[in-house]
Design a protein around this ligand. Structure first.
Ligand code: SAH
Length: 222
């Protein structure tokens, strides 16, 4: 079977990898897994490749989402990259009361996620949503999905994020923290669990990485 590659892949193969017709490459997607393929047409036109053997079967990622308050551009991009490496299935940027009024460059986030997926050898890409107000995300929340809210300065005894079977999501607030009204709104929802990441006040991006790492700790080997 032959496949036609997209413009991004064509450019990458021709100008970054300098791959020529006949070169062996690896292609992957979430549904089919990873396949060895041979370039049958390289260069300016959309590249084409002939699929040869299966290298890795598809492997589902954990059903874990990240909901994070939009940060400054560089920090948001770091969060997208690290969340992808940590296997999240969806990334939902949200607008929170104390958040920055920064634009979210969706196209750039998609490129970062794709590069991170390739680098860490995951076969699927996270779904990246457009930013929405936190209240709107909470109002439309799927009730059966746990929402683990990382709360700084939480009451003593607040547990760390704990993995459990079934759909889950981590929520991280903005650099300014959640507003009192947002904390009240979170408490009002039965699907929200408060979690602490320890006594230090972490940068939001550190909290996202640490929280996702804790939610990954598997009961069976990785
Ligand atoms: N300006 C706030 C800190 C916000 S930290 C203050 O001084 O209190 C940004 C986000 O990271 C928080 O909203 C929270 O979601 C997360 N976070 C930071 N440290 C944390 C901790 N120790 N435990 C849980 N969440 C934390």
């Amino acid at each position: 079977m032959e496949v036609t590659l997209g413009p991004g892949e064509t450019h990458y193969l021709a100008h970054v990898m300098r791959a020529r017709t006949g070169a062996a490459i690896a292609l992957f997607n979430a549904e089919s897994g990873e396949w060895r393929a041979r370039l049958t047409l390289a260069g300016r036109a959309p590249a084409r490749a002939r699929i040869e053997d299966l290298l890795r079967p598809p492997c589902p990622e954990p059903d874990l989402w990240l909901v994070f308050a939009l940060l400054k551009r560089v920090a948001s991009e770091l969060v997208v990259q690290k969340a992808t490496e940590l296997g999240v299935a969806a990334i939902l940027p949200v607008l929170a009361g104390h958040g920055v009024a920064e634009r979210f460059n969706h196209g750039r986030a998609a490129v970062i996620a794709r590069e991170a997926a390739e680098q860490c050898e995951r076969l699927s890409l996270p779904v990246i949503h457009s930013p929405r107000p936190l209240a709107a995300v909470l109002a439309g929340w799927p009730e059966r999905r746990r929402l683990i809210a990382a709360i700084e300065r939480a009451a003593p005894g607040t547990p760390a994020p704990r993995p459990a079977p079934g759909p889950a999501a981590l929520l991280v607030g903005p650099e300014g923290g959640f507003t009192p009204a947002e904390l009240d709104a979170l408490s009002a929802h039965p699907f929200v669990e408060r979690a602490s990441l320890g006594p230090r006040i972490l940068r939001a991006e550190t909290a996202a990485i640490a929280g996702l790492a804790l939610l990954q700790v598997p009961s069976s080997p990785l």
